[in-house]
Design a protein around this ligand. Structure first.
Ligand code: ATR
Length: 287
């Protein structure tokens, strides 16, 4: 029940109508017995600074930040976590003395999602498809987790080159190598972990994959699609048809929320509780 002691957390972004975050956080609050509500706050362009100041003044405990404000919000924070500062994007604000501290739980959430499926990046050779925002977060995780080598495949080579230079510089190692998607036959003859970070296959364009050629999928032992809508993407189907294991991005979404909730409330959410929230998310999606 909402009463005089209820704490508030929320999401700022534009648009926010289709977010699953209220499901994640309100389910967690109920499970933990916390008197907390989580609500979406649509914020108009140019109003981010005001929104963050207002949130602090209203004693809001924590905020998530989504598109298009993940970088812009940095200017309104009193402190930024090291990895979030490196990537220059935050999705979680935690109330501290005098203002909010920013974190990037998209990256740590992807890590925890991969750990939960026993997927390791350390020492691995990885194929990363795409060079947009989602792939950029995955690229920083590959660097932070000490991947041996990452081939960054993109339709537009210039974007792959730019991201490659940025992350090689950020980690001070020549781990990343740019490649055109169509050049995949030039990859070394071995099996890779592949992370699908392009927007191809995203609903309502279900049934599309960025590469269709079965020869590509025979090089993949594990395929992780950052897309979760549809629940079973064409990329995942192609990975499985070629004998690999395939995962979608719903657990990344789950764990970015769980880590934010843990930061706000200084609790640890068990794997058992995480799976209950995951079931609730699946129910909401009807999958
Ligand atoms: P997001 O923030 O979801 O990553 P984005 O920044 O627009 O979105 O990036 C979309 C990614 O999907 C890019 O890597 C894009 O390739 P380009 O850099 O060549 O544009 C990729 N992408 C989108 N549509 C594509 C298509 N039809 N074929 C191949 N790649 C595509």
């Amino acid at each position: 029940m909402i009463d005089g002691k209820t704490r508030t957390c929320g999401l700022i972004g534009n648009p926010v109508e289709h977010t699953m975050s209220p499901i994640i956080h309100n389910t967690l609050a109920k499970m933990c017995g916390h008197n907390l509500v989580y609500v979406p706050f649509p914020v108009e362009e140019g109003k981010v600074e005001e929104a963050v100041k207002g949130a602090y003044a209203l004693n809001i405990l924590g905020m998530n930040v989504t598109v298009p404000y993940k970088s812009e919000v940095l200017g309104s924070l009193v402190e930024v976590d090291e990895l979030a500062a490196k990537i220059g994007a935050v999705n979680t604000l935690v109330r501290t003395e005098g203002g909010y501290k920013g974190y990037n739980t998209d990256i740590t959430g992807l890590h925890r999602a991969m750990m939960s499926e026993d997927i390791r990046m350390e020492g691995e050779e990885i194929l990363l498809l795409g060079a947009g925002g989602a792939s950029r977060a995955a690229a920083y995780l590959c660097g932070a987790q000490k991947a041996k080598k990452v081939y960054l495949l993109n339709r537009t080579i210039e974007k792959a080159q730019r991201l490659t230079e940025e992350v090689n510089e950020a980690f001070q190692r020549e781990i990343f190598e740019p490649m055109l998607l169509s050049d995949f036959p030039k990859l070394p003859e071995r099996k890779f972990l592949a992370i699908q970070g392009t927007s191809v296959g995203l609903a309502p364009h279900d049934g599309e994959a960025v590469i269709e050629d079965a020869a590509f999928y025979r090089r993949i032992h594990t395929g992780f699609d950052l897309i979760y809508k549809p629940f079973d993407t064409r990329f995942m189907q192609l990975v499985r048809e070629a004998g690999g294991k395939a995962y979608n991005g719903l657990k990344m979404l789950l764990y970015q929320g769980i880590i934010a909730y843990e930061l706000w409330n200084q609790v640890e959410i068990s794997e058992n509780d995480a799976s209950l929230v995951y079931e609730k998310m699946r129910q909401t999606m009807g999958v």
